[in-house]
Write a protein that binds this ligand. Structure first.
Ligand SMILES: [Zn+2]
Ligand SMILES: [Zn+2]
Length: 266
C-alpha cells in the first residue's frame, strides 16, 4: 500500500482477537484476518497518526496492539465495540474508546454485553472512556446491529437523557454507509462531536475512513480529550480503490459499500 500524507486516526476496526474463540458466537460472526500487530503495521503504512482497536465484546487484543504501537510509533486507542440489547430484539453496537487496559485486567467477562444501551453507556463512562453511537441506521429492529436514528437522537438529547447515559460522539462516516447525513444532522442538532472510522475487518482496509484532529496529540489520552472537546472532522482517504473494498465484497457487503463510496473511488 502506498503511504499517504493525509494522517488522521481510524477510530473503528477489528482484529483477529475477535474471532479466534470459536465457542463464542458473537465473536466469530465477523470475518477478520488481521492480528493486532498487523493492524498497527497497516496503520503505519497507511500514513495514519493512530488507529483504534475495537474488537467485539473483548479487550483481549489491547495489550498486543499497544505493544506494537510503541514499537512502530503509531498511537493505538484502546477500545471495544459492545453489543447492547435494546427494545424489539435489536442488538445495537456501541463503541467504547479510551478504555484503559490496566483497568480491564481479568475483566473481559465483565464487559456489559447484551445490556440495554443506557447501562452500556454508563459502564463506559464509569471506566473513564467515551461512548460513540456507531454505524447508526434507519434499519434498527430485530436482530440488527445498528441503533436506529430515533434512539441515537434520544440518547444524545441532554433534555431527555441523564448525562451519564449520553453519547459523547457519533460516527458519521464509515465504510458501510459512506457519509451518513442523518447521523451528521443528529450530531449537529445536539452539538456532539463527529468521528469517522472504517470499521475495518480485513488487511488493506485500515485507514479508508479517518478522523482529523485539530490539535497535536501525543497519546491516546490526549486524543480522547480532543474528541471530548469536539476538535474532530471525519474524512475519507483520497486514494480508495475498488480492490480495497472488493475484499469486503467477498463477504457480501461489497455491493452496498461500492454504492455508498462510488463517488470517492479513484
Ligand atoms: Zn458494529
Ligand atoms: Zn465494528
Amino acid at each position: 500500500m502506498k503511504p499517504t500524507r493525509e494522517g488522521g486516526f481510524d477510530l473503528h476496526g477489528h482484529t483477529a482477537s475477535t474471532s479466534t474463540d470459536k465457542k463464542e458466537f458473537w465473536r466469530r460472526v465477523d470475518i477478520v484476518n488481521m492480528s493486532p500487530e498487523q493492524m498497527v503495521i497497516d496503520a503505519k503504512n497507511a500514513g495514519l497518526d493512530g488507529v483504534a482497536i475495537t474488537d467485539h465484546d473483548t479487550v483481549r487484543g489491547l495489550d498486543r496492539a499497544l505493544n506494537a504501537a510503541a514499537k512502530e510509533g503509531v498511537i493505538v486507542v484502546p477500545g471495544v465495540e459492545i453489543t447492547a440489547h435494546d427494545k424489539n430484539l435489536n442488538f445495537p453496537h456501541i463503541l467504547c474508546l479510551g478504555l484503559d487496559p490496566d483497568l480491564m485486567k481479568g475483566e473481559d467477562n465483565k464487559i456489559p454485553r447484551f445490556k440495554n444501551p443506557e447501562t452500556v453507556i454508563k459502564w463506559i463512562h464509569d471506566h473513564g472512556a467515551i461512548a460513540v453511537a456507531t454505524h447508526p441506521s434507519q434499519f434498527g429492529g430485530k436482530l440488527r446491529s445498528n441503533m436506529t436514528y430515533d434512539r441515537v437522537d434520544e440518547l444524545s438529547d441532554k433534555d431527555k437523557t441523564h448525562f451519564s447515559k449520553l453519547f459523547d460522539a457519533i460516527q458519521t462516516h464509515n465504510i458501510q454507509h459512506g457519509k451518513n447525513e442523518i447521523a451528521s444532522e443528529i450530531a449537529d442538532k445536539h452539538g456532539i462531536p463527529k468521528i469517522g472510522g472504517s470499521d475495518f475487518h480485513l488487511h488493506g482496509q485500515v485507514g479508508i475512513v479517518r478522523t482529523k484532529i485539530f490539535q497535536q496529540v501525543e497519546n491516546w489520552q490526549g486524543l480522547i480529550q480532543a474528541i471530548r472537546e469536539g476538535k474532530t472532522e471525519p474524512f475519507f482517504q483520497q486514494n480508495i480503490t475498488e480492490d480495497m473494498l472488493g475484499n469486503f465484497g467477498k463477504h457480501g457487503r461489497g455491493r452496498i459499500i461500492l454504492q455508498n463510496l462510488s463517488s470517492l473511488l479513484v
